[in-house]
Design a protein around this ligand. Structure first.
Ligand SMILES: [Zn+2]
Length: 377
């Protein structure tokens, strides 16, 4: 059944923290998973293309793994890859990701995004398994600490308003703090996918939302992949664009072939014994070096100061450049912004969610006391 969250209030709350990264990043993120402009109507403007054969969604698939940590990769074992079906079974998100239960992503003419994602993921799985790869078909909730030789989160995009019939193309993102192996996975899919599908790349590129994707956010959620799992999130195209839609619905085999060829290309060069290649790049938790250190919207002291930091706060570093560090404030509103390198100092504390998991009577873990303040990513 279709998800119908209270969209206006939801998006207003969702958008508020993104004042921190400024209008450019906001605009770059608007199309992610069909994220609408705050007050835009959610009905796609493009009419259906009657010439486009619609693929019936498969409703009977079940995840191939349950939530349980996996062992470190065994070099002698078959390579293992997780294919996540974006937004599939969102109602099962644990309490720490409660807001994601309302996040059904893009849609078009009665199709929710997951219905297309699962067709693509299953066909990708068939191709990888035929090549000897062990595949886990994963729902929106990932097993805590999921460990594999690769993880590909499969999504399709949607746009509304003026962009509904003009914005198109694919894009891919690695997590923040990406390991060399994550970069290699992204590069391999980026080479194979457009060659096989013929789809153009979305010129606006990936957003910070994609890089901070919840399933990657081991510094924030217990239900996230292991930091050492090479990972990407793919937006395969826009289901709201006529040409993209024709391919996504009419030739999901080509979409799947593009992803599978990319993954196989990556695995061919992958060395499971190279732990360093799977290690995320970045420092441990930071804290302000002084009271009221400013958190800037951009790595520029002329940019807006979004707020000042409390001396004892913890900051999760996402990226660094030219004397600046991009950080999430660790907990609360999870504000994202830039601090000057001289304004932060090391804590030596590992990146981990700020709240310990609590098991509810229903068996869900999470129980984050800050869940009501968390932003959807
Ligand atoms: Zn999505």
């Amino acid at each position: 059944m279709r998800s119908n969250p209270p969209r206006d209030a939801f998006w207003q709350q969702w958008l508020r923290p993104w004042r921190l990264i400024g209008l450019v990043f906001l605009l770059a993120s608007l199309s992610f998973c069909g994220v609408p402009i705050a007050q835009a109507p959610l009905v796609p403007h493009a009419p259906p293309d009657p010439a486009t054969p619609m693929v019936a969604p498969t409703l009977t698939a079940i995840p191939t793994v349950e939530a349980a940590p996996t062992a470190m990769p065994d070099p002698a074992a078959p390579r293992r890859v997780g294919l996540q079906v974006g937004h599939w079974r969102i109602e099962e998100h644990p309490d720490e990701q409660a807001r994601l239960r309302r996040f059904s992503g893009a849609y078009y003419r009665g199709y929710d995004e997951w219905e297309l994602n699962i067709i693509i993921a299953r066909q990708t799985m068939e191709r990888l398994e035929a090549a000897g790869v062990a595949v886990d078909l994963l729902p929106a909730t990932v097993p805590p600490g999921y460990l594999a030789d690769g993880f590909v989160s499969i999504h399709v995009d949607g746009a509304t308003g003026a962009q509904a019939t003009t914005r198109r193309g694919w894009k891919i993102a690695t997590p923040f703090r990406a390991s060399a192996a994550s970069d290699a996975l992204a590069e391999a899919i980026s080479a194979a996918y457009p060659r096989i599908t013929g789809l153009p790349e979305d010129p606006l590129g990936p957003s910070y939302d994609m890089r901070a994707y919840y399933a990657f956010a081991y510094y924030r959620y217990h239900h996230s992949i292991a930091p050492e799992t090479p990972a990407v999130i793919l937006e395969a195209g826009f289901m709201t664009h006529p040409a993209d839609r024709e391919l996504l619905f009419g030739r999901p085999d080509l979409i799947a072939e593009g992803i599978a060829q990319g993954v196989l290309r990556y695995l061919a060069a992958y060395d499971p014994s190279d732990a360093a290649a799977r290690t995320p790049v970045g420092r441990a938790l930071l804290r302000p070096a002084r009271e009221d250190a400013p958190l800037y919207a951009r790595p520029d002291q002329q940019s807006a100061v979004e707020r000042t930091l409390v001396r004892d706060e913890r900051l999760a570093p996402m990226a660094e450049t030219g004397g600046w560090v991009l950080v999430f404030t660790h907990g609360g509103n999870w504000d994202l912004g830039w601090v000057r390198t001289e304004d932060v100092e090391e804590t030596g504390e590992a990146l981990a969610p700020p709240v310990a998991p609590v098991h509810s009577p229903q068996g869900r873990s999470g129980g984050c006391a800050l869940a009501s303040a968390l932003r959807v990513l």
